[in-house]
Ligand binder design. Structure first.
Ligand code: PLP
Length: 378
């Protein structure tokens, strides 16, 4: 008799169950307080998350997309500006740029790390002297830091602002420095499946250097109708607040985030050891980086058959992302593309496959999945 196939629980519910007692108590505390919007939980979470990241300021907002919009608006980005980012990302990165009124220009990725290729960034800036480039948004995709030293050097040389999209990299480091502390601002998402996830939507803008107090203060105004004081709008803002329930839940989970990221690296180590197959490329870690494996993404030219083979063994996988942003219907044919085109972004979308990855998976399940990858023959 064979053993039953191991289970692959869905991350959000597995996480709720792991912290149920504390989360239930936190939710009840908020309900009983009567203070549901911009109260003590949000303020406390902002301080705790800023400290956790090692940043000067944190402002809680409604989600990661708004965090990008608010960071850009607070930095003065809008109509007439061009913001550089990648096409191989969650569509939210690009949608947020356009929501500010700015134009997006998409640059290709380095195929090994799936992050912004600094050389192509430099080439693109040089090839478009007529454009008013205002900022660049590197995305630390899948939990792997982008090449921040090179990107910062290019950005500073060309007078560009840098906003790090940290929706997938809570706590990842490069050269011992935490992602989200390299640029002029950084944005986080607390969508339920992220490394730090709420039970609903949530996001944050984090700022770092000396100008920060102003940028963070601007985000605070913009997230609430542009109010400097109650009922009086100094600028035209929006409504994008991190609510008290979500903040209280995030406060329960934050103290576990370092251990959870460590567990993700442990799972990655199992894959590196057991998912060995000449037809499958495992993800390398950038030199000097501490990866946080939001996703564990392998690549293979026969991705779809690998996915089907794993599914036949009860191993759930996903494709992040099946289409690069520039070829999706909303953007195709009108979005600007960087020097050298987007061939690596297009190839990545055809070849990537995300294996099961979250802290609540058992070693047994992970090794089972890894052995099925290893045994697969295209
Ligand atoms: C999830 C995500 C976002 C958007 O966050 P939401 O909270 O869903 O709005 C932005 N960028 C990246 C890279 C993401 O993964």
């Amino acid at each position: 008799m064979q053993n039953a196939e191991p289970e692959f629980p869905f991350q959000p519910i597995a996480e709720y169950r792991a912290y149920k007692t504390a989360i239930d108590a936190a939710m009840l505390r908020v309900c009983e307080s009567g203070n549901y919007i911009l109260g003590p939980e949000c303020a406390a979470f902002e301080n705790e998350f800023a400290e956790w990241i090692g940043a000067g300021n944190c402002v809680g907002v409604a989600n990661g997309t708004d965090a990008l919009v608010l960071a850009m608006r607070a930095l003065g980005i809008g109509a007439g500006d061009t913001v550089l980012t990648v096409s191989h990302t969650a569509v939210a990165t690009v949608a947020a740029i356009e929501l500010t009124g700015a134009d997006a220009l998409l640059v290709d990725i380095d195929p090994a790390t799936f992050t912004l290729d600094p050389q192509k960034l430099a080439d693109t800036i040089r090839a478009n002297p007529q454009r008013k480039f205002k900022a660049v948004i590197p995305v630390h995709l899948y939990g792997q830091p982008a090449d921040m030293p090179a990107i910062m050097e290019i950005a500073r040389r060309h007078g560009l602002l840098v906003i790090e999209d940290c929706a997938q990299c809570h706590g990842a480091t490069l050269g011992g420095k935490v992602t989200g502390t390299f640029g002029d601002a950084a944005t986080f998402s607390f969508y339920p499946t992220k490394n730090l996830g709420a039970i609903g939507d949530g996001g944050a803008v984090v700022t770092q250097d000396a100008t920060v107090a102003t940028v963070a203060a601007r985000v605070r105004e913009l997230r609430q109708y542009g109010w400097k004081s109650r009922y009086i709008s100094d600028t035209t803002g929006m409504n994008s607040r991190l609510d008290e329930l979500q903040a209280a839940i995030l406060r329960v989970k934050l103290p576990h985030l370092r251990a959870d990221n460590q567990r993700r690296r442990g799972i990655a180590a199992h894959y590196a050891k057991y998912a060995v197959n000449p037809s499958v490329t495992l993800p390398p870690v950038r030199a000097g980086a501490e990866h946080v494996y939001h996703q564990y993404v392998v690549r293979s030219p026969q991705r779809d058959t690998l996915m089907a083979a794993l599914k036949s063994h009860g191993v759930p996988t996903a494709v992040h992302y099946p289409q690069p942003v520039h070829s999706q219907p909303a953007y195709h044919g009108r979005i600007a593309i960087g020097a050298g085109g987007l061939a690596e972004s297009e190839r990545a979308c055809r070849e990537v496959l995300s294996l099961p990855m979250h802290p609540r998976l058992t070693d047994e399940a992970v090794i089972f999945a890894a052995e099925k990858v290893s045994a697969w023959q295209p």
